[in-house]
Design a protein around this ligand. Structure first.
Ligand code: ZN
Length: 330
């Protein structure tokens, strides 16, 4: 919605103004989705990356085995330990930078002209075992943003599920299986808190606490952060950086049960570089197959998000780990 408003009003409109309008709209509508479209992206989705001067300072990953179709059978991994996903070509990805005065880059979409999109799955209240098999068997590149309370089936269950329920949740082993299938498990807070309402210490507890739990349970410290509801402040960015995270990831479209895509753009189409948001639902495997077929029919490939972020200059560990400052945690 903010993207739409920004397009209507032009890029000079301050994010504060958009934020105030959106607060009013969201308050009036009384929505309570666990993740809804980013409420206050600080900029249009592509504004963090200058497409005109696409000259990544970080070496792009070789593209020899890039761009499998979305239905690619399991093949040699494009990246060690990860599934085959489209890899960026040299010079393809625009530079990704933090905005002036902000501690971390905030990424809603990847600046590329190539028909590639990225899949992210959030929370963890409902853990469909068929989804893990699908990711493994079709080598689908996904990025997971896990919420501790969802994964461990504590606190208030998914407010959008009928009656609120957990399905199969309570196990980090589900996320270890996803890790083994090549999915990075990233930070999405401890309790799915609305960070707009929290001070610095409480935000630190949510974000650093989540990073610590994931490191302990998954064996790797997260490097990306997604704020619940897309709600964050400048404090969030400083805190997240202090927790060792390298970028904040938002999204450009969400996927509803049944594989239906809810676009944030007026033209209701997929765009190169879009980041799609899904949730761990009871029938995720079924919905995911529908989505994969839809993406393929439209001629898009699925990209390796970490490789694209790295090509844009975001400091992330190499696929094999070991970049100073982000050591793997055993
Ligand atoms: Zn969420």
């Amino acid at each position: 919605m903010a993207r739409w408003l920004t397009m209507i009003w032009g890029r000079k409109v301050s994010s504060t103004v958009i934020g105030l309008v959106l607060v009013a709209i969201c308050s009036a509508s009384g929505t309570a989705f666990p993740d809804r479209p980013p409420a206050v992206p600080p900029s249009p989705p592509h504004a963090n990356a200058a497409t005109g001067s696409a000259a990544p300072t970080v070496s792009a990953v070789p593209t020899a085995s890039a761009a499998p179709s979305v239905s690619a059978a399991p093949t040699a991994s494009a990246a060690p330990g990860g599934p085959a996903g489209a890899l960026p070509r040299p010079g393809e990805v625009g530079r990704i930078r933090a905005r002036a005065g902000e501690a971390l880059p905030v990424v809603s979409a990847i600046a590329t002209k190539r028909k590639v999109v990225f899949l992210t799955i959030d929370d963890g209240w409902e853990q469909d075992p068929g989804f893990v098999r699908l990711v493994r068997e079709r080598a689908v590149p996904i990025t997971v943003f896990a919420t501790r309370d969802a994964v461990e089936a504590r606190g208030v269950p998914d407010p959008t599920a009928a009656g609120g329920r957990y399905v199969g949740a309570g196990k980090w082993s589900y996320f270890r299986e996803l890790r083994d299938a090549g999915a990075p498990i990233e930070d999405h807070t401890l309790t799915h808190a609305n960070l707009w309402r929290l001070g610095p210490d409480a935000q630190k507890h949510e974000i650093c606490g989540s990073a610590k739990v994931i490191a302990r349970e998954i064996g790797r410290r997260p490097v990306l952060f997604r704020p619940p509801f897309g709600n964050y402040t400048g404090t969030t960015l400083r805190v997240a950086k202090g927790c060792g995270l390298s970028a904040v990831l938002l999204w450009t479209a969400s996927v509803q049960p049944g594989g239906k895509i809810s676009y944030q753009t007026p033209d209701k189409r997929l765009h190169p570089g879009d980041i799609l948001l899904l949730h761990f639902r009871a029938h995720l495997a079924r919905d995911f197959r529908i989505l994969l077929d839809k993406i393929e029919r439209r001629g898009f490939a699925l990209g390796d998000l970490s490789a694209y972020l790295r090509a844009g200059g975001v400091r992330l560990p190499a696929p094999s780990g070991g970049v100073p400052g982000n050591p793997p945690v055993g």
